[in-house]
Design a protein around this ligand. Structure first.
Ligand SMILES: [Zn+2]
Length: 197
């Protein structure tokens, strides 16, 4: 046991120390403020990343005016990965497989709806070929149109191995990630008319 020549240090909440500056609370407040700032910054970054990642978060004003020439940007990353794998396999088979249309903005999809109405002359027929922006899998980044015809036929035959399925009986070129790779593709829709309320 040791002894000390000095008196014990008074507890901050007892005796004379009661009137000492209370530094604990401001420091705690500062910590809270710092924590809030860090959390706030992280949330802002996460929100920004979310906007960048979401196809529908990109302003239509920067849209490519030629949707059929659009690269895969805006596609669901998993769909893009599956298509890249399928394209490589098609290439190994000596078959050209290209993306002719992928993600579209809502405005671009509406243009296609308007063009189809004009082309087919009746809403009933136009609705067989194009979906409204609200239900279009292209606007959601979840559909691709492929070409040329030989490539589309190759993908219909081999796509399920990559998790890619042709989903419309009247559209040779339209594929979605409708099954897990190696699974069995679901029956096709007859046409797009089911997607109109
Ligand atoms: Zn399509």
């Amino acid at each position: 046991m040791t002894t000390t020549p000095f008196p014990p240090v008074p507890r901050p909440d007892a005796g004379p120390a009661r009137h000492a500056p209370r530094r604990g609370r401001p420091r705690g407040v500062r910590r809270l403020v710092t924590f809030a700032l860090v959390v706030g910054a992280a949330a802002t970054l996460a929100a920004a990343a979310h906007v960048l990642a979401r196809p529908d978060g990109v302003p239509a004003a920067v849209a490519d005016p030629h949707p059929t020439l659009r690269p895969a940007t805006g596609l669901d990353p998993e769909l893009e990965r599956r298509f890249d794998a399928a394209r490589a396999a098609a290439d190994a088979d000596g078959v050209e497989l290209t993306l002719t249309s992928g993600w579209r903005t809502a405005a671009e999809q509406q243009e296609l709806v308007d063009a189809a109405l004009e082309r087919y002359g009746s809403a009933e027929e136009a609705h067989r070929w194009v979906l409204p922006p609200e239900t279009s899998e292209h606007v959601a980044g979840l559909a691709i149109d492929v070409g040329p015809t030989d490539g589309a036929l190759w993908l219909e035959q081999h796509g399920a191995a990559f998790g890619l399925c042709r989903t419309y009986a009247n559209e040779l070129w339209h594929f979605e990630a409708a099954v897990e790779p190696g699974g069995t593709c679901p029956p096709m829709h007859e046409d797009a008319s089911h997607g109109w309320g």
